[in-house]
Each structure stands twice: as structure tokens, then as C-alpha cells.
Design a protein around this ligand. Structure first.
Ligand code: TLP
Length: 338
């Protein structure tokens, strides 16, 4: 089975499994797990922030950030297609009691004008804007690698109005790789950033939430409130440390994505634009089949993908998919749709 559903399906390699077995551990609620502490320090340094917090999931990282940056009843400005809006179960309303003002940002990023237009100053009738939430790469818009200048433009428009900025950087290392910039060229513009160890970087579990020391200390309490206080988490944090070494491997995923898109684009009835990172969006309308029928045929031919839009499916390349797997997947898809 060639699993292209997501880069969340990556499995820990032997080095990670060995690291888990050998990990030095302690009670992380007491701050005594040396492996978690090392991971948090390394992660903060990597993204140029004062501190970082190890969280079980990217969703928890995002939700903690929203809660910490806002007060009840405020508004969060976010792209209509962002993960925090689409795929976190209305968590911003449930966990932070805030409402979302959605914008349709070009390439998923609000412009300075859209931030200005979307900004609401507190008055007797209106909820104040408390947070601008950005996403890079932008998943639902097709794994778009957002240029640092676009992040800077939106963030400075928010900061001019004392609005905090959080970056959902689940795949921020994919963005930095695709743009050939240092990840801090992106993260320097935002107050907090969440990035996933458990996606393209290959760790079995976990994400990091980074920001200034005060923010991370407050976030640590909210993680505990959310039930995310972990005990001997070094067992899963050590694979996370290994994952930080995998950043340079992401280009191979991007190359494989380009190969996959090119191959699928040649299959009758499919169209797949060249991807920017590891996410390939394929329009299947030309097959005359609906998305679910296409996915079923692919599954019958040992290829897994996910529904993405009314006529599109998503295929993600990742470290557990080789170039040969991609070539075979293209053949299998062609055979499935003949
Ligand atoms: C941009 C972004 N931010 C946050 C998350 C949440 O991360 P986890 O909660 O799954 O660790 C995801 C996961 N994305 C998953 C996927 O792409 O298969 C699903 C859609 O939740 C994400 O893509």
C-alpha cells in the first residue's frame, strides 16, 4: 500500500525507536524530563524564539496559542481555508470563547489591507481583534510556501494595532526548504509559532509551540489545563530530537511531489499543477467519477489519498514514500482509472 493520505502517517525509523528505548526520562510536569527539556531548548533555538513547549499535537499547540493570545469575546482574524478554522472542531470557540473573522487571503495570507479592514477596535458594541492567525505552508490551499515578505506584511499590519500574531507552522520547515530561506526568516515576524515533529520530520508524536518565555510559561499551564501535562515523555521526545535532524530531507519529499504531480497530470482525466512542497492536489473531474469513487479505485490499486475539495483529492509525499513508490503509484493510478 502506498500511503499518500498525509505526511502524518510517517512511522518512526529504527534510530527513533532506539532513541525512545534509551531515552533519559523524568516527570515532565515537574520539569524534570531531561530529554523533553533538551528538545524544547533545541526547538526554541531553531526557530529563533526564547522558549518552546512540547505538546502532543499540532492542534493542541494552535489551540493553546489562541487561548493565550486572546481574551474571551475577542475576534481572531484568519484565512477562511486555514486549519484552525476548518479542521480543529471549532476549538477557538470551545477553548478560547472567541469568534473568527475569516478573510480570503491571496494564497491564504491576508494582505495588510485585509488585516486593516478586518481589524476591530474595542467599543461598546464590537468585539476587539485579539489575534491574527497565519499558516505556512498553507495546507488547504495546496501546501503553498508563503514568502517571508507576505508573512511580514500581514504581521506588521497586525502589530501596528497591538494584535498578536500566531503562525500555524505545522510544515514551516517545508516552507523554508521550498523557499530556500532559514526558518527564522519566517518566524521572526510572529509572536508564536507551532511546528509539527510528527509530519514530514517523521517523529511518531508531537509538536512544538515556541514564543517568548512569558508566553511559553503561560502556555505550559494551559497545556496542563487541556490535559497535556505529560510524565516520562522523553520516550517520545527523543524521537522528536531525531526528527529535528531530518529537516534537510524535506527537499526529497518536494522532488517526489513534483514527480508525482507530473506523472498524475499525464493520466487521462486527471490534472495536477506543479506543487510547491509535499502536497499534490489532483483534480479528478476529467475522469467523470466523483471523488469517493476515485479514492475507492485507488485503494483497490494499493494507493491511498484523501478527499480535498468537490472535485479534488490530495496526495502527500513524505519520508516513508520513495521515488520508486511514486513511480509505482503513478502506474497504479493509471491502471485504476483506465
Ligand atoms: C496546517 C496544519 N496545522 C495543524 C495541524 C494539526 O496537527 P495535528 O493535530 O494533526 O498534530 C495539521 C494536521 N493536518 C492533517 C493533515 O494535513 O492530514 C489533518 C488535516 O488535520 C495541519 O495540516
Amino acid at each position: 500500500m502506498i500511503d499518500l493520505r498525509s505526511d502524518t502517517v510517517t512511522k518512526p525509523d529504527d534510530a527513533m525507536r532506539d532513541a525512545a528505548r534509551e531515552a533519559d526520562v523524568g516527570d515532565d510536569v515537574y520539569g524534570e524530563d531531561p530529554t523533553v527539556n533538551e528538545l524544547e531548548e533545541r526547538a526554541a533555538d531553531l526557530v529563533g524564539k526564547e522558549a518552546a513547549l512540547y505538546v502532543p499535537t499540532g492542534t493542541m499547540g494552535n489551540q493553546i496559542a489562541v487561548r493565550e493570545h486572546t481574551e474571551r469575546g475577542q475576534e481572531v482574524l484568519a484565512d477562511r481555508e486555514s486549519h484552525v478554522v476548518k479542521w480543529e472542531l471549532g476549538g477557538m470557540a470551545q477553548h478560547a470563547a472567541v469568534q473568527v473573522r475569516m478573510v480570503d487571503g491571496e494564497r491564504g495570507v491576508p494582505s495588510a489591507d485585509q488585516v486593516e479592514a478586518g481589524y476591530v477596535a474595542e467599543d461598546l458594541h464590537r468585539p476587539e481583534t485579539g489575534l491574527l492567525c497565519l499558516e505556512n505552508t498553507h495546507n488547504a490551499r495546496g501546501g503553498l510556501a508563503i514568502e517571508p515578505a507576505r508573512i511580514a506584511e500581514a504581521a506588521s499590519a497586525a502589530r501596528e494595532r497591538d494584535v498578536a500574531v500566531h503562525l500555524d507552522g505545522a510544515r514551516v520547515f517545508n516552507a523554508a526548504t521550498a523557499l530556500d530561506v532559514d526558518v527564522t526568516d519566517v518566524t521572526r515576524h510572529v509572536d508564536s509559532v507551532m511546528f509539527c515533529l510528527s509530519k514530514g520530520l517523521g517523529a511518531p508524536v508531537g509538536s512544538m509551540l515556541a514564543g517568548d518565555a512569558d508566553f511559553v510559561e503561560r502556555a505550559r499551564r494551559t497545556r496542563k489545563l487541556f490535559g497535556g501535562g505529560m510524565r516520562q515523555a522523553g520516550i517520545i521526545a527523543d524521537p522528536g530530537l531525531q526528527a529535528l535532524e531530518n529537516v534537510d530531507d524535506l527537499e526529497a519529499d518536494h522532488e517526489n511531489a513534483r514527480l508525482l504531480a507530473s506523472g498524475l497530470d499525464d493520466v487521462a482525466g486527471l490534472s495536477a499543477p506543479e506543487p510547491e512542497t509535499n502536497i499534490v492536489v489532483v483534480d479528478v473531474a476529467g475522469t467523470g467519477l466523483d471523488v469517493e469513487s476515485v479514492l475507492e479505485r485507488l485503494r483497490e490499486h494499493d494507493v491511498l489519498a484523501t478527499a480535498f475539495g468537490p472535485t479534488t483529492i490530495r496526495c502527500c509525499t513524505h519520508r516513508d514514500v520513495s521515488r520508486e513508490d511514486v513511480e509505482r503509484a503513478v502506474e497504479q493510478v493509471a491502471g485504476a482509472l483506465v
